[in-house]
Design a binder for this molecule. Structure first.
Ligand code: SAM
Length: 326
């Protein structure tokens, strides 16, 4: 087990496979984003070595993210290798869904169990505006392909004031009347470099509940508010799916955080919203043994920050979200 100094069991690793993405969501990265050269990213064997080490330290849940994880050409092979690592129980992917039409079945066959698919609005024009060029029909095709492949499906919607905080949220919530999905509304988190999208753009869970309630009736709290991962769940009166709210800013859940993140360039990041990172890539490329890497990782986990500092206006500045993976 990997326990931090506050007694939290850290067993969930999110690995960014690449910083590249085939969209440019306005709150995630600038349009003219510069990507890292390929050789500065973790190579397949380096990822497998670290997964082996993490699994040995008690990490049993792995999520692949990006950038966009499906733009890494051999994502299916990577999933397959991680899924068969002793100690790994779950492999999931967070994706914009554009490639799932073709990849959902191979990913499921390789051992991926779940996909979280980002879809901020069902409205084609607004989708294009938010993603800067995406076609929402491609995401729909990916959602259906994932269902057919037997993958667990959750939909992620980052709500941005002035973009998708009214009808769009209601339209997405309405899907749970007909589909068994969890639709998750994520409070936008501020990152230094995406400076147009700061705290003023955040739409709180309470405000969203009111907006949804006005059109579809008040959502009812599920499980007495116990979080499902990081999401507080609600259900519409006739709903077969659930509404999840990930309210990192207005209702932080740091006390129960069990996550660590590995960036595509091999840095271990212990809090999404804190800049401090521990470099694993350099020691690994300089010949560190597994025992030496384990020592570095255990020390980093022990010092995992208690929580983010948004309440004190501490905003992460060294990377934008696409470089960390969400
Ligand atoms: N490309 C993939 C995708 O679209 O899901 C994976 C990477 S993306 C960085 C992971 C998640 O982070 C997505 O659900 C995305 O909407 C969310 N995200 C990106 N920027 C964010 C921000 N500033 N605040 C909150 N969530 C954000």
């Amino acid at each position: 087990m990997s326990i931090d100094r506050f007694g939290r069991n850290i067993n969930y690793m999110r690995i960014s496979l690449t910083d590249k993405c085939n969209l440019r969501c306005v709150y995630c990265m600038p349009e003219d984003m510069t990507f890292r050269p390929r050789d500065s990213l973790l190579q397949d064997e380096e990822i497998y070595r670290l997964v082996d080490i993490f699994a040995g330290l008690g990490f049993n849940k792995f999520r692949l993210t990006g950038g966009e994880p499906t733009v890494r050409a051999n994502v299916v092979e990577i999933v397959e290798n991680i899924a068969k690592t002793p100690g790994v129980d779950t492999v999931a992917i967070t994706t914009n869904g554009l490639m799932l039409d073709k990849l959902a079945q191979p990913l499921a066959d390789a051992g991926c169990q779940r996909v979280n698919i980002s879809i901020d609005t069902l409205n084609p024009e607004k989708f294009k505006k938010l993603t800067r060029w995406g076609d929402v029909q491609d995401v729909w095709a990916g959602i259906h392909a994932s269902q057919e492949a037997g993958l667990g499906v959750k939909l992620n919607c980052v709500v941005v004031r002035g973009y998708n905080d009214t009808d769009d949220v209601v339209d997405l919530a309405r899907l749970t009347l007909f589909q068994p999905w969890q639709i998750r509304f994520i409070e936008m988190m501020p990152f230094g470099n995406v400076s147009d999208f700061q705290l003023a753009g955040i739409v709180s869970e309470d405000e969203l509940l009111e907006t949804i309630g006005r059109s579809l009736g008040p959502p009812q709290l599920v499980n007495k508010g116990r979080l499902d991962g990081e999401a507080r769940l609600y259900r519409l009166e006739e709903g077969i799916g659930t509404l999840g709210f990930i309210s990192s800013v207005t209702k932080p859940f740091c006390a129960g955080c069990n996550r660590a993140r590995l960036t595509a360039d091999g840095r271990l990041r212990l809090c999404l919203l804190r800049d401090k990172e521990v470099n694993l890539m350099t020691p690994m490329r300089n010949g560190a043994t597994d025992d030496e890497l384990i020592e570095i990782i255990e020390k980093a986990i022990w010092w995992k920050p208690w929580g983010h500092g948004l309440g004190e206006d501490v905003i992460p500045l060294n990377r934008v979200m696409s470089e960390i993976g969400g």
